[in-house]
Design a protein around this ligand. Structure first.
Ligand code: TLP
Length: 346
């Protein structure tokens, strides 16, 4: 059966070039700082993001957690969006493992936090209050239609952070999608950030891993925290080698994912019983609402998957599709056909 897997870009399997690079990677004990392939990936990543140093970590979740644990101590507070991945999907790790108090501010539909809300959430120096240490942004914003946060906004948040002497962390799981959608270099987008975590294992197709970037001092601390979390891995150049191919060969193709997402959204907007605004689709994530009834929504999701078109249910009557490098423009036509057929038969 033909499969069009749109559940996430995390489902991507390594390319033949990645598998070759991984099989042939030069490796050493990375906890002892002796893995040349990991070092190469970390240098490449730091250079790309215009930061002094970088650290290879097991996942996006670990990248965010390590960063939070370096920036904040127990009882400190950090400001983040109420729709952010860190708040929603990372098991409350900041509080659970770090004793760090999350202070949510509403995400606006475009993924930003209103600047006045950020400012209002920063605590004055008062014995009653936790200390605000950090503002955490997400770019692109997964739960806000994969919206890219533009450079003007990123700079404005940086300016507030400097004024109040707090740090900025960017969960850039899909940072390169943002950069490509905005037509700019990723490094310019995160110039104001003290730390950035980006994923190799999403649209870039590597099987495992994320990279955290920041100052040399920040990364030295982050390396300690990664070890504390059990994330010090040994001959991990085997994984980093896939990441090097991801960074070298897989960036430009993200534009194709964005075009496919827009095409999917435009096609879905023409189908009765679905609600979607294609203008909101700027990167590779598409959210759609099923407007007919709860039963139709459940049936739709079941029937789509029984016909090989896989989406992720993300809420009542809501489904998410994420384009990725296994999905071609032709697959989008096929998926749209399945949508039309299934909906007209319910
Ligand atoms: N997101 C996954 C799911 O967890 C929802 C997905 O399929 O989109 N930050 C952001 C913005 C993310 O979207 C994700 C993964 C992460 C961090 C965590 O990355 P991993 O899965 O590597 O821990």
């Amino acid at each position: 059966m033909r499969i069009v897997d749109l559940r996430s870009d995390t489902i991507t399997r390594p390319t033949p070039a990645m598998r070759r690079a991984m099989a042939e990677a030069r490796v050493g004990d990375d906890v002892l700082g002796e893995d040349p392939t990991v070092k190469q990936l970390e240098e490449m990543a730091a250079e790309r993001l215009g930061k002094e140093a970088a650290l290879f970590v097991a996942s996006g979740t670990m990248g965010n957690l390590v960063s939070l644990l370096v920036h904040c101590h127990r009882g400190d507070e950090f400001i983040l969006g109420d729709q952010s991945h860190t708040f929603f999907y990372e098991q409350g790790g900041s509080a659970g493992l770090g004793g760090i108090h999350p202070r949510t501010v509403p995400n606006q539909p475009d993924g930003t936090l209103a600047l006045h809300n950020i400012e209002a959430a920063i605590r004055p120096d008062d014995i009653h209050f936790p200390r605000t240490r950090l503002i955490a942004l997400e770019n692109t914003h997964t739960r806000c239609d994969g919206s890219p946060l533009d450079v003007k906004y990123m700079r404005a948040v940086g300016e507030i952070a400097r004024r109040y002497e707090v740090k900025v962390h960017v969960d850039g799981a899909r940072l390169f999608n943002a950069a490509i959608a905005l037509g700019m270099e990723a490094r310019d987008l995160v110039a104001e950030a003290d730390s950035v975590s980006f994923c190799l294992s999403k649209g870039l197709g590597a099987p495992v891993g994320s990279v955290v970037c920041g100052t040399r001092d920040f990364i030295t601390e982050a390396r300690r925290v990664r070890k504390m979390l059990g994330g010090g891995m040994r001959q991990v150049g085997i994984l980093a080698a896939g990441g090097i191919v991801a960074l070298t060969e897989m960036l430009d193709r993200l534009a194709g994912d964005h075009a496919n997402a827009r095409k999917l959204a435009e096609g879905l907007a023409d189908i009765d019983g679905l609600s979607i605004d294609p203008e909101r689709v700027k990167t590779n994530i598409v959210y759609l609402k099923v407007t007919r009834s709860d039963t139709v929504s459940e049936l739709l999701s079941e029937k789509l998957s029984s016909e090989g078109v896989r989406l992720l249910p993300t809420g009542p009557n809501q489904l998410r599709a994420v384009t990725n490098y296994h999905v071609t423009s032709d697959d989008i036509d096929y998926a749209l056909g399945v949508f039309r057929r299934v909906l007209s038969s319910i």
